[in-house]
Design a protein around this ligand. Structure first.
Ligand code: ADP
Ligand code: 5GP
Length: 198
């Protein structure tokens, strides 16, 4: 399964993804490519593959991206090859991408294997508060992210599941429940055919 997580910037996607992945050995994080500059503490190949615009353009030309989009004036995209490797190894994949990327993957051949989850913040003032407390963007960048938050939120109706991220532990539990239930779908358990037959 491909699990897509979207939200306005600052609602908590990265925080929840990090703690979820730590306890889910069968879940692989899809590391995106981006032209945005690394934030303090971010490592190339861990949070993102940091690229110049020219390098990113070459990846598009070479057909190396499953989807890509411009977000807050920077390019972001999902490299195909690690996703293919993860699927071949029987792993589920978690994507932290925006609504544009979610739509592109949903409309691709992989759409049938995709489950999308939207995180809503408890309120707009709390969203700003989280961006400020994160302390990684300057005031202008925070202003731009806040201005764009409604663009992202307006797409919440296109997602399979919607969670209000007020309490971090609660949201993580809810996300685990969604993942567990999805893995129990009959279509996700082909090995049961033999089990039942024998
Ligand atoms: P995103 O990846 O969606 O941009 P982050 O995961 O970076 O958001 O979260 C933004 C900030 O909000 C971080 O400082 C994080 O610790 C904090 N945060 C995330 N979820 C919660 C929550 N449920 N309650 C309080 N703070 C939160
Ligand atoms: P940030 O700069 O805060 O890490 O991410 C900004 C926005 O870009 C977030 O909404 C995030 O989900 C989105 N994003 C990150 N990687 C990708 C990607 O590969 N594709 C798309 N479409 N959006 C992405």
């Amino acid at each position: 399964m491909l699990f897509i997580l979207s939200s306005p910037s600052g609602a908590g996607k990265s925080t929840i993804s990090r703690s979820l992945l730590a306890g889910e050995p069968n879940l692989t994080f899809s590391v995106s490519a981006t032209t945005r500059a690394p934030r303090p503490g971010e490592q190339d190949g861990r949070e993102y593959f940091f690229k110049t615009r020219a390098e990113f353009g070459a990846m598009i030309e070479a057909g190396e991206l499953l989807e890509h989009a411009e977000v807050f004036g920077n390019l972001y995209g999902t490299p195909i090859s690690p996703v293919e490797t993860a699927i071949a190894n029987g792993q589920d994949v978690l994507f932290d991408i925006d609504w544009q990327g979610a739509q592109q993957i949903n409309n691709s051949a992989l759409g049938a294997h995709t489950l999308s989850i939207f995180l809503l913040p408890p309120s707009i003032p709390e969203l700003r508060n989280r961006l400020e407390k994160r302390g990684q963007d300057d005031a202008e960048t925070i202003g731009r992210r806040m201005e764009k938050s409604w663009d992202e939120i307006s797409h919440w109706g296109g997602y399979d599941f919607v969670l209000v991220n007020d309490d971090l532990d609660k949201t993580e539990e809810q996300l685990k429940t969604i993942i567990t239930a999805t893995r129990l779908r009959r279509s996700q358990q082909p090995q049961l055919t033999d089990h039942v037959r024998t």
